[in-house]
Design a protein around this ligand. Structure first.
Ligand SMILES: *Cc1c(COP(=O)(O)O)cnc(C)c1O
Length: 233
């Protein structure tokens, strides 16, 4: 099968799966935002899927995002999903629609500063490391309240929700408690919205585990290899 035909088939299957999982939790396909994770994917394939109506792309590296941005511009909604170094915020602040990976107060502060310079209120998600994996970024669940307290004073960021990356599990059922916990934290913050907090997105679920994540309340999933096939680094 040609690559593009395979991609079409993958998208069709994923949309079908998303629909089924959403219905299990009383929602529909239209309630779930699908982010196509395009890291390492070439521009030709990205053009292909954008023609198919997928126009939210997630990148995890600033340089790659910048290069690709130049080829698409604003016809695509760009999401920064990977760890972001503070000195690189200035390169993406005017390009991305949502930063999923705010994992420290100092990063949030820099985003706030850079956003103020261009008179923007930058939508962000707070990344939480629910499983407390050493290898992953994100706030500890025990620090989240203090984090929200501080970030709610930054006028040039808009806190739109939460993000997590679950540990990889062969048995995907093992990810369910992780997603459930993030959902509970999300609901708690949503009940106490104030200032710049406007909870709308729960970004959790990747190729291996998006069905469980949606069943547990995700409304934004980030899928790469499930759409484009295995990545070649
Ligand atoms: C790479 C990546 C994904 C997508 O992973 P797949 O397993 O290919 O779907 C999602 N989220 C983040 C933060 C990533 O870095």
């Amino acid at each position: 099968m040609r690559d593009d035909q395979q991609i079409d088939q993958n998208i069709e299957e994923i949309l079908d799966n998303i629909k089924n999982a959403a219905e299990k939790s009383g929602r529909g396909l239209e309630d779930i935002h699908l982010i196509a994770v395009t890291k390492t994917v070439d521009v030709q394939k990205m053009k292909w899927v954008s023609q198919k109506g997928l126009n939210h792309f997630g990148e995890n590296r600033v340089q790659e995002l910048q290069e690709k941005y130049d080829q698409f511009g604003d016809e695509i909604n760009w999401h920064l999903i990977g760890h972001l170094q503070r000195n690189k915020v200035k390169y993406i602040i005017d390009k991305v629609q949502l930063i999923h990976s705010v994992d420290s107060i100092r990063l949030a502060q820099e985003i706030n500063n850079q956003a103020a310079k261009i008179n923007r209120q930058m939508p962000i998600l707070i990344q939480i490391n629910i499983a407390q994996e050493e290898s992953k970024f994100g706030f500890k669940t025990t620090d989240i309240e203090e984090c929200i307290e501080i970030l709610s004073n930054y006028d040039n960021i808009l806190i739109k929700g939460l993000m997590t990356i679950a540990p990889f599990e062969e048995n995907i059922e093992k990810t369910r408690p992780i997603f459930r916990e993030l959902r509970e934290i999300y609901d708690r913050i949503k009940k106490n919205e104030k200032n710049n907090i406007n909870m709308e997105y729960l970004s959790m679920g990747m190729t291996n585990d998006y069905l469980i994540a949606i069943e547990e309340g995700a409304n934004m999933v980030r899928i790469g290899s499930g759409i484009f096939g295995k990545r070649n680094f």
